[in-house]
Design a protein around this ligand. Structure first.
Ligand code: SAM
Ligand code: SF4
Length: 340
């Protein structure tokens, strides 16, 4: 089997596709309140262009694809894209990250089209608080979406929670306890500086260590080996059905396990979430590039994949780091345009 390795011997087999930068929410840690001016329809890659890129990537060794955004379910006819990617030889795992608002309506047709699993982003079980964090979201719609995903067999369902100090850290325990009787995965993602840098600050950031301390009071956390889990580290509360994951982008540089490439909605390959390096695929594709040329650009983006990022837990985009004494580079692209 063909494998794709970068200069640091990491196997790159995972492609995250951001299919739109539009979103029906405005989460405080991701987007400014007024939203962002979305790309025009002709700016973003068509489904045919995306499928072509995935086919060439699969020939090079990509095995896992995740659809993300913006909110992927705001893009029309997403099941068509899913079914086309499903047909590509070599793609073993096809998943989606969604805020879940539109999932109730679409879960079954996504499953029928060949989607394997969903990750649902959910940061509070309190309807008022959920509305504040997402600037208008309806918690009930997400919970109905979660149930519909379960019924459609989009399992294991993974819940992504971003704990932010002063906002929802008092719910870390309740989220962890969900795994006691349910086989879902709950993943705690460290709050990262994004293009909306004003919302990040060391005072709002909660380390994985701190989360583990809170959760460890429920029951001992036992490490779990999950196959090909990339940068997430998994544990189980003793006796629990589900597992708990931690994505520690800042406190434990997860770069050594990084197995991914990202494709932005307008066709830029982004080798690292925290680096501004991007390689344009849209122009070559729209001016007649061959599959070999697309493959060359995919290999190039892997060749320039950095060994690690330089942002740490005491620095944020554009804010001085006490460790390095330098300002960390400002991330210009909002998370909703990268796909998280
Ligand atoms: N709209 C979809 C959703 O919210 O699931 C998909 C796109 S969203 C950008 C993907 C993931 O990125 C979500 O789980 C979200 O919580 C996470 N995310 C966004 N901004 C973040 C930040 N500043 N720090 C940590 N995670 C973030
Ligand atoms: Fe939208 Fe997802 Fe960003 Fe929230 S995290 S604003 S749902 S893209």
């Amino acid at each position: 089997m063909i494998t794709l390795k970068d200069n640091f011997f990491r196997v790159i087999d995972y492609l995250r596709l951001s299919v739109t930068d539009r979103c029906n929410l405005r989460c405080i840690y991701c987007m400014p309140a007024e939203g962002i001016q979305p790309f025009g329809h002709s700016d973003i890659l068509s489904y045919e262009e995306i499928v072509r890129i995935v086919r060439v990537a699969a020939e090079l060794g990509v095995r896992k694809v995740r659809i993300t955004g913006g909110e992927p379910l705001t893009r029309k006819n997403l099941p068509f894209l899913i079914s086309e990617i499903r047909k590509i030889s070599g793609i073993e795992d096809l998943s989606m990250t969604t805020n879940g608002i539109l999932l109730e309506r679409h879960a079954q047709e996504l499953a029928d089209a060949g989607l394997n699993r969903v990750n649902i982003s959910l940061d509070s079980f309190n309807p008022e608080r959920y509305r504040e964090i997402t600037r208008g979201g309806d918690l009930d719609a997400v919970l109905r979406g979660l149930e519909a995903a379960r019924k459609a067999g989009l399992a294991p369902i993974k819940i992504n929670m971003v704990p932010v100090r002063g906002i929802n850290e008092d719910e870390i325990e309740a989220f962890a306890k969900m795994t006691l009787d349910s086989d879902c995965h709950v993943r705690f993602i460290e709050f990262m500086p994004s293009g909306t840098a004003e919302s990040w600050g060391p005072e709002k950031y909660i380390t994985t260590g701190e989360m583990q301390e809170i959760i460890g009071k429920i029951a001992p956390l036992e490490p779990v080996r999950v196959r090909k889990n990339g940068p997430s580290k998994y544990f189980r509360l003793q006796g629990a059905r589900g597992v708990i994951g931690f994505i520690s982008a800042l406190s434990h540089h997860f770069c050594r396990e990084c197995n991914r490439l990202r494709l932005t909605p307008e066709g830029k390959l982004r080798p690292c979430l925290f680096s501004e390096t991007e390689i344009d695929l849209r122009s070559p594709i729209r001016t007649g590039a061959s599959d070999d040329e697309i493959a060359r650009l995919l290999r190039l983006s892997i060749a320039v994949k950095p060994e690690g990022h330089t942002i740490n837990s005491t620095s944020a985009a554009g804010k001085a780091s006490p460790c390095s004494g330098q300002a960390a580079p400002e991330q210009k692209r909002p998370m909703s345009r990268i796909g998280g």
